[in-house]
Design a protein around this ligand. Structure first.
Ligand SMILES: [Cu+2]
Length: 135
């Protein structure tokens, strides 16, 4: 007598059902993400440093710096991107927006004389190339 079985016949059915169920879960309309919405970066200026000392951004990204002073009057300047704002004493935040149109490392300087360590009050803006945009 032969020991052959007929189990192979059933295999295809369950796979077909899974594929059908998956199609129903797909979202009908993905929410559009506004491309122009700037990323907000909070910066604290204090004698004699910026916090954070280094800001990393991507080429083409628009950044809104929200800068406030932790003590007296300071300034924030990024020459390359024409950022130049006075930061008043008292912690009131100052907004300044720019688009990182160039790749590289750029100094963030205090543009208001704020005391003995003023010359050393520096931060760094690092703009790196976008993923996939490398030449
Ligand atoms: Cu200063």
């Amino acid at each position: 007598m032969s020991l052959n079985t007929a189990f192979d016949c059933v295999a295809g059915v369950s796979t077909a059902l899974l594929v059908f169920a998956g199609a129903a879960v797909a979202p009908s309309a993905p929410k559009p993400q506004p491309v122009s919405d700037p990323r907000v970066v909070e910066v604290v200026a204090k004698r004699f440093a910026f916090e954070p000392t280094r800001i990393d951004v991507t080429e083409g990204e628009t950044i809104r710096l929200m800068v406030r002073s932790a003590d007296g009057v300071h300034g924030i300047g990024i020459k390359k991107f024409k950022v130049a704002e006075e930061i008043p004493r008292g912690g009131q935040p100052v907004m300044v927006e720019f688009t990182a149109t160039a790749i590289g490392e750029f100094e963030i300087l205090c543009s208001e004389y704020c005391g003995k360590g003023h010359e050393g009050m520096k931060g760094k803006l690092v703009v790196r190339a976008r993923e996939g945009a490398r030449r």
